[in-house]
Every structure is written in C-alpha cells, then in structure tokens.
Design a protein around this ligand. Structure first.
Ligand SMILES: Cc1cc2nc3c(=O)[nH]c(=O)nc-3n(C[C@H](O)[C@H](O)[C@H](O)COP(=O)(O)OP(=O)(O)OC[C@H]3O[C@@H](n4cnc5c(N)ncnc54)[C@H](O)[C@@H]3O)c2cc1C
Length: 381
C-alpha cells in the first residue's frame, strides 16, 4: 500500500466488515465502519457459529484474536446428532477428541470480541446507508437515512448483508426465496427447565429432517437452545393458512398440525418454547453472482454471495472475505489494484460455495430428507 492516505468506508458491522476493519488496523490502515444498529446490543445476533479452519478460523488468526476466541469457544459444540421423525437417535458424532477443529461460538460473543479488538470509535452506529453516489474520479459518497451529513470514500466496502445497498451500483441481482422457511423458537435454562430436550439436543446441533421439513436444535451458551423448525413451503404459507404470525398460539397449532405424527419430544421443541416464534424465510442470491470490477466499490460476505444457511458457511466466508480484502489492500499499491486482486479470489470461491449451499438445502428439504442427511453425515465421518 502506498503511503498516501486513503479513505476506506466499510458499510456493515457484521463478522465480515469487522474482520476487514480489524486486519486493516493491524497493518496501520484506518477504516471506518457504518452500521444501522443504534448500538452493539441493539438486536439479538442469532445462534451459534462453528469456525472452519480455512475460513472463519483463518480470519480470526489474521485478525490476531485467535487466543481471545479460544477463551470463549465451545469445542464440544461441534457435536452433530441426527434423530428420526420419531425422536430416535440415528447418528451421533461427538466433537473430535483433539478439540478445536471447528469450535463453536455465539454470534453475539463473536461480534463483541471483534468490536473490542478495534480502535475505539471505529464503528459509527445508527448510520443506515440509503444509497451510494458516484463522484468524479473513483470516489463515492455515502448517503445515510435521517442524516444531513454524508461521507466520501476512496473505497466503499459493502459488508451490509443480504439486502445490501452497496450492491445496487454493481449488480441488479436480488435475493430470491429458496423455498424453505425456518420458524425460530428457543428454550432457556435448558439443563434445569428442559432436561429431556437438553439431553436430546446434546452439546451441539441436533437435526431431525424428513419429508421436506424438520427440526434443527442448536445449543448456545448460557443454557439456551435455539430451534429452527424448517419447512419447504410457499413464502406466504401463513397467509395461505389464514395465520397471524403475531399470534403465538395460532403459530404453535399450525406447526403441530404440519408435524402431526412426529415424536412427542420433537414436538415439545414447539410447545415448550420460552421465546415465541419468529418467521424466517430463507433467501439466496442467484448463482453465479458476479459483477464487473468497479473502481472504488466492492462487496464481501452476504452482500456478495448470500446463500442458504444449511451449509453453515456464510459467516465463515464473510470473515475470510474480510481478511482477504484487507490483506490485498496491504499488499497492493492502490485500493483499486487491491480490489481487482481480491475479486479474482472472491468470485470463484463464492460461486463454488453457493452451488454447494443450493444443493445442500435442496437435499435437506426434500421428500427423502432423512436418507439424504444420514448419507451425507455418514460420508463425512
Ligand atoms: C438461520 C441462520 C443460520 C445461520 N447459521 C450459520 C452458521 O452456522 N455458520 C455460518 O457460517 N453462517 C451461518 N449463517 C449465515 C450467516 O449468518 C451470514 O452469512 C453472515 O452473518 C454474513 O456476514 P456478513 O458480515 O456478510 O453480514 P451480516 O452478518 O448480515 O452483517 C451485515 C451488517 O450490516 C448492517 N447493515 C445492513 N444494512 C445496512 C445499511 N443499509 N446501512 C448500514 N448498515 C447496514 C447490519 O446491521 C449488520 O450488522 C446463518 C444464517 C441464518 C439466517
């Protein structure tokens, strides 16, 4: 990187944007991060993530936070269990005895860890990007909702997730419904209050998938189990059923009706909820998603390659993208040369992963979901 100062604006304080800012700062390059959240704890950050060696874990090492991560990580959270629709365990792989191959961490803890690693004031909260304006030369201007002030930058990094505003000048692509919806629910203080469901879930993730639907229960820290009730279904399934999503009893009854005949313990993930139900239709960008190199603008993470979560790769890839982009900026004379080099790596990697994720969700929510998932897990052993 030449010594001339460049203005780098990263939009989005998710795992990808924060890793990018941190790796830049470790090399003495300043970057500001803008996020629409009003503060770090403004919303629930979601479930547990396992860090894969070549992507998430690689990025944590590049960011110099691997040791801090290991203090929070739950290696035992790697346990993977398959259960049939009656509730009988048919596959169970405990975490590797060596530990730390793909250790788990709660998303909120990961975000906190990365925020703590940054120079204070790096993240400007309560900045909702509305649009990006092209200026003379290669610079761009960021316009934020409800703010008169704008920000000019030599490089704008779109780390702003699925519905990225930075993506718009680069590509016409929009996320499309995958055909699968998760209804999220959760149980608190499980070892004391929900002992049987805690035992069924184990220390990591339990999946019971069959005939286009199923349960994914995932142990988080603090005695919480996050449950995704997955269904291949029209996006407006609740409207078709005349269902008010704000009415928990109606949602519960609709789910119980869909899962009639499934084992009693599995149904208790629905009935014994402590959190109510959140409808989460799953979206993905079309595959392949590419764009022409554009001076002053690039994307990382979900903004570049939103894919179904069943592969468990989205956050890992976002972090690797953030680390690779930062390293490219360190290694090249100008940010535009860096972006070209970064995108040469990013795009093929994203296309390969997005194909795998699309196949993954199609297999997991198919008529033969149970056989497919068991064969997949057994082949990975
Ligand atoms: C149910 C579910 C389970 C998942 N499980 C896993 C898993 O096990 N492993 C895994 O690797 N991945 C998983 N994923 C995928 C993972 O959550 C995403 O791929 C990952 O969060 C992407 O990171 P990111 O940094 O690109 O974007 P995000 O995490 O989406 O962060 C984007 C940030 O940008 C901000 N933002 C958005 N719009 C604006 C705007 N206009 N202006 C300013 N700020 C903005 C947001 O507030 C947010 O902080 C899962 C996803 C889902 C839905």
């Amino acid at each position: 990187m030449s010594t001339a100062p460049v203005r780098i604006a990263i939009v989005g304080a998710g795992p990808g944007g924060l890793i990018c800012a941190r790796v830049l700062q470790r090399h003495g390059i300043a970057a500001a991060v803008y996020d629409l959240d009003t503060c770090p704890g403004a919303r629930d950050q979601g479930g547990s993530l396992d860090m894969h060696p070549d992507t998430g874990a690689h990025a944590l090492r590049a960011a110099g936070v691997w040791d801090a991560f290991r203090l929070l990580a739950r290696p035992e959270g790697e346990q993977m269990r398959l259960v049939d629709r009656g509730g009988r365990v048919v596959f169970d792989a405990a975490a590797p005895e060596t530990g730390h191959a793909n250790p788990e961490i709660d998303r909120g803890q990961l975000r906190g860890l990365l925020l703590d690693s940054l120079t204070p004031g790096t993240v400007r909260w309560d900045h909702r990007l509305e649009h990006v304006e092209r200026l003379e030369g290669n610079a761009h201007r960021l316009h934020f909702a409800d703010r008169v002030t704008t920000v000019d930058a030599d490089l704008v990094v779109g780390a702003d997730g699925a519905w990225s505003k930075v993506r718009r000048p680069l590509s016409d692509a929009v996320p499309l419904y995958t055909g699968v919806t998760f209804v999220e629910t959760g149980l608190d203080d499980v070892d004391v209050r929900h002992g049987e469901l805690a035992a069924l879930t184990g220390n990591g993730t339990m999946m019971a998938l069959d005939d286009n639907q199923g349960f994914i229960a995932q142990r988080n820290s603090g005695g919480h189990i996050r449950v995704y009730v997955g269904m291949r279904t029209p996006e407006d399934w609740h409207r078709q059923a005349g269902l008010d999503l704000a009415d928990p009893a109606a949602v519960r009854d609709a789910l119980l009706s869909r899962f009639a005949g499934w084992g009693r313990d599995l149904l208790r993930f629905v009935t014994d909820t402590d959190t109510g139900y959140t409808n989460r239709p799953l979206y993905a960008l079309p595959v392949p998603h590419t764009w022409d190199p554009t001076p002053g603008l690039t994307l990382l993470g979900d903004a570049a390659h939103l894919m179904s979560p069943i592969s468990g790769m989205g956050a890992n890839l976002a972090m690797r993208d953030g680390a690779d982009l930062a390293q490219a900026i360190v290694d090249h004379g100008t940010v535009d040369e860096a972006v070209i080099a970064y995108e040469k790596i990013l795009l093929p990697r994203s296309i390969e992963a997005a194909h795998a994720a699309a196949e993954g969700i199609d297999g997991a929510f198919a008529p033969d979901s149970a056989e497919h998932t068991l064969a997949h897990m057994t082949s990975r052993r």
